[in-house]
Design a protein around this ligand. Structure first.
Ligand SMILES: [Zn+2]
Length: 145
């Protein structure tokens, strides 16, 4: 299986700009779009993001319940599509999924969701997709024109 995440240029820019509001502290938001798991290549199209002006520490960002509830309320409303995952920044650290990201964040959102991490310091974006069997797969991230 292959896993692709396709960002529109505009949305990728919005996400990166968000992480640069304070590149020394972590922040996070939600990814909306469409997920196609019908073929050998799982394709996640990210067409929008939602975030609020909340900051974590220099090494942590927590998606509090109320924040998640507000994000879920946007799903399929006001032009937003399906909630297909989350993103968060890693501030001055490289982009990777930490044990907290795997064990808490990814599991909290359940299967068939993507978790994207961006490092403003290293200009690095990575992502993983959690499948139905609880296995996390690295995704290839592409940008659509
Ligand atoms: Zn993280």
């Amino acid at each position: 299986m292959k896993y692709l995440v396709r960002f529109s240029e505009r949305v990728k820019r919005m996400l990166i700009d968000h992480t640069f509001k304070d590149p020394f502290r972590e922040c996070g938001g939600f990814l909306y779009g469409n997920l196609d798991i019908s073929s050998d290549v799982t394709i996640c199209d990210v067409n929008d993001i939602y975030y609020e002006d909340k900051l974590g520490t220099d090494h942590d960002f927590k998606f509090y319940y109320a924040y998640i509830i507000r994000a879920l309320a946007k799903e399929n409303r006001d032009g937003f599509e399906n909630l297909i995952g989350t993103y968060h920044s890693h501030g001055q650290h490289p982009a990777f999924l930490s044990s907290v990201d795997h064990d808490e964040l990814q599991k909290a959102f359940g299967s068939d969701k993507i978790t994207v991490v961006y490092s403003p310091k290293y200009s690095q974006m990575i992502g993983e997709f959690l499948d139905k069997d609880g296995i996390s797969h690295r995704v290839k991230i592409l940008t659509k024109q």
